[in-house]
Design a protein around this ligand. Sequence first.
Ligand code: ADP
Ligand code: NA
Length: 340
Amino acid sequence: HARKTIFSGIQPTGVPHLGNYLGALQQWVRLQNEASPDTTLIYSLVDLHAITIRQDPTQLRQWKKESFAMLLAIGLDPKRSIIFHQSDVSAHAELMWILSCGASTGYLGRMTQWKDKTASSSSGSGGNLKLGLFSYPVLQAADVLIHRATHVPVGHDQAQHLEFARQVANGFNETYGGDVLLPPETLISPAKRIMSLAEPKKKMSKSHANLKSRLLLTDSDDAIRGKIKAALTDSDASLSYDPGQRPGVSNLLDILFYSGEMIDFEDQVELAKHLEGHSIKALKEKVALTVINVVAPIRADFDRLLHDEAALEAAAHDGAEKARKSAQVTLESVKKAVGL
Ligand code: ADP
Ligand code: NA
């Protein structure tokens, strides 16, 4: 069978939350643990993406360290998976420049996430929006193409960007001949989006100011109980799964389902039926217990890892070295193809 290379990334823009875990990170670990020995796994903390929005330098450095520790705490093994900070491997940015010379601004302008950001920006027309934010799908394409990734596990929100990466690869190959770049397959996460606890029509995100909107993988048992207790639901006392009409309750059922009940129930509707007769309060208590079971062991490992700075630095250094080697091969053939 053909050799696989799995690549994915997460922005070090805060402590990863339960949405990141259920929607992405959990799958990274599963792919690692189920991979055949000749599969390469590469996971990046995409700090160059993080600065598409202005960051406080001291805060960003801290988040980078914490996010690295978190990737180890969830069960990624640096002996098995290449784990690195994107900015440690300059080939990502170099390839991005070369690819951006062939990327269409029209196509980029039609990306949903860009359109959302232009629509919500105060300047309306997007006059104050930054070039890096506009072109970050090109950097994302470079991230996966530089490592000749065959499979890229992402959440639904990233599917469009991965399609762009495939088109960039095919376009490059058509222009310069041969198969210098490898269009990757997208592995869409089996979990749906986890929503904000405070505003269940918005996704749970690192970037929301309201700290009660997300469950962090570092939260104490009490913090988890408190946030879930305060989660916005509705006035209907019964339990049913209906994300359109009952986003709050349905989000709690999603969290319960993907945090453990997936093994026992076909889907969230079946799970809701099983829980019929429970009050919302009882549901919340059950969700809190289940989430605590997921988070507590991760949090304990994270606390331990974060205090061993020397080990963290050594692991990041080692990951960067391996990632540089992986990237160099592609960068050389791309430069040769272009005439550089
Ligand atoms: P965030 O939006 O919280 O800053 P990132 O952009 O760094 O997260 O995304 C990292 C990964 O986590 C991506 O694969 C993304 O699809 C996934 N992800 C982010 N938020 C959620 C969510 N609320 N539910 C499910 N998956 C999510
Ligand atoms: Na995101």
